[in-house]
Design a protein around this ligand. Structure first.
Ligand code: PEP
Ligand code: MN
Length: 345
């Protein structure tokens, strides 16, 4: 349920109103927008009498929310969420963020060299997996702690913040200095992990599971947000379909749909979505035009010898070419389907 307050509602009246709702065992989430203040009610609202809320002086209107996701819902929070990184770089609300780097951290020279190239091309965040979810237990599993250490070294060398995947909540202490924690497609519904991430106050990049609906993705975001961590970035990375020409099927229309349903930033990963480096730039451009708030791209200095996902990794020169095109397309990004405004930066 959401309660839209009148524009001239006084702070003290709002506080009394919130306290009354809390006394009924409800949690409230207040979002102050340009035109309205919205109080979202989370909990069992079945016993709340709409009429008595409507009768209050400060209340303009009351609406029940049908969707099971509340905190992630655009109806709870009209304006786009903007997430700011320690460097000052932002994502959401018209701010576009590009994360790039190898699938896996392999050694110091590789990660620092790729970090330097993607930074020079305009990426604001370095990606690199230290814990890798591989289909085969015999495949390279990542460098684990050593991988995290090398990522932090690459950050020291370039100033780029780091995004890297967590697979087990027990590893959380290792992620203390990581800037954005990635939850991979395979863990999108690892609810105990999501709950632990909800206790943090740092951005989480939440990838859509390969067979999950958007509602399920938003419910997973809700798990993190219900714990108080509101910094969730949604990521489309392709889904499983009957098509075999690409590694996954990139579901492009989710960008405007998610923007309509939610205020959270949406990024696209065309590398995992297609599985082929030749398709990465066209799909990245399409995502940008469709209003994505950012991209996550696999880049490798020697894709033929990459320990993981070489066939979908761009060489640094190709990544730089793509970035130029992205910059050219950004002013034409279409966000007209959403209530959020696109303020170009
Ligand atoms: C990755 O980003 O390297 C990865 C494993 O992604 P996904 O979870 O989307 O497969
Ligand atoms: Mn990968």
């Amino acid at each position: 349920m959401i309660v839209v307050l009148k524009k001239n509602a006084e702070q003290q009246q709002v506080e009394v109103f919130n306290a009354w709702l809390h006394s009924m065992g409800l949690e409230t989430h207040t979002s102050v927008g340009e035109n309205h203040t919205i109080v979202g009610l989370v909990g069992d609202t079945s016993r709340v009498d709409i009429e008595s809320i409507m009768a209050l002086d400060i209340v303009e209107t009351v609406r029940r929310i049908q969707e099971p996701y509340k905190n992630a819902n655009r109806k709870f929070h009209e304006e786009d969420t903007v997430i700011t990184l320690p460097t000052g770089d932002k994502i959401g609300g018209g701010h576009f963020l590009v994360m790039a780097g190898p699938c896996s951290v392999e050694n110091e020279e590789q990660i620092i060299s790729v970090a330097r190239s993607v930074k020079a091309a305009g990426a604001q965040v370095l990606r690199g997996g230290a814990f890798k979810p591989r289909t085969s237990p015999y495949a390279f599993q990542g460098l684990h702690e050593e991988g995290i250490r090398l990522l932090l070294k690459a950050r020291e060398a370039t100033g780029l913040p780091i995004v890297t995947e967590i697979m087990d909540a027990q590893h959380l202490p290792l992620f203390e200095d990581i800037d954005i924690i990635q939850v991979g497609a395979r863990n999108m519904q690892n609810f105990e992990l999501l709950k632990q991430l909800g206790k943090l106050r740092k951005p989480v990049l939440l990838k859509r599971g390969m067979a999950n609906t958007l509602q399920e993705l938003l419910m997973s975001a809700e798990y993190i947000m219900a714990g108080g961590n509101e910094q969730v970035i949604l990521c489309e990375r392709g889904i499983r379909t009957f098509e075999t020409a690409t590694r996954n099927t990139m579901d492009l229309s989710v960008i405007p749909v998610l923007h309509q349903l939610s205020h959270l930033p949406v990024v696209v990963d065309p590398s995992h979505a297609t599985g082929r480096y030749q398709l990465v730039s066209p799909m990245a451009l399409a995502s940008t035009a469709a209003g994505a708030d950012g991209l996550i791209i696999e880049v490798h200095n020697d894709p033929e010898h990459a320990l993981c996902d070489g066939p979908q990794s761009l060489r640094p020169e190709k990544f730089a070419d793509m970035m130029e095109k992205i910059r050219a397309i950004r002013p034409y990004a279409d966000r007209s389907f959403t209530t959020g405004q696109l303020a170009l930066d």
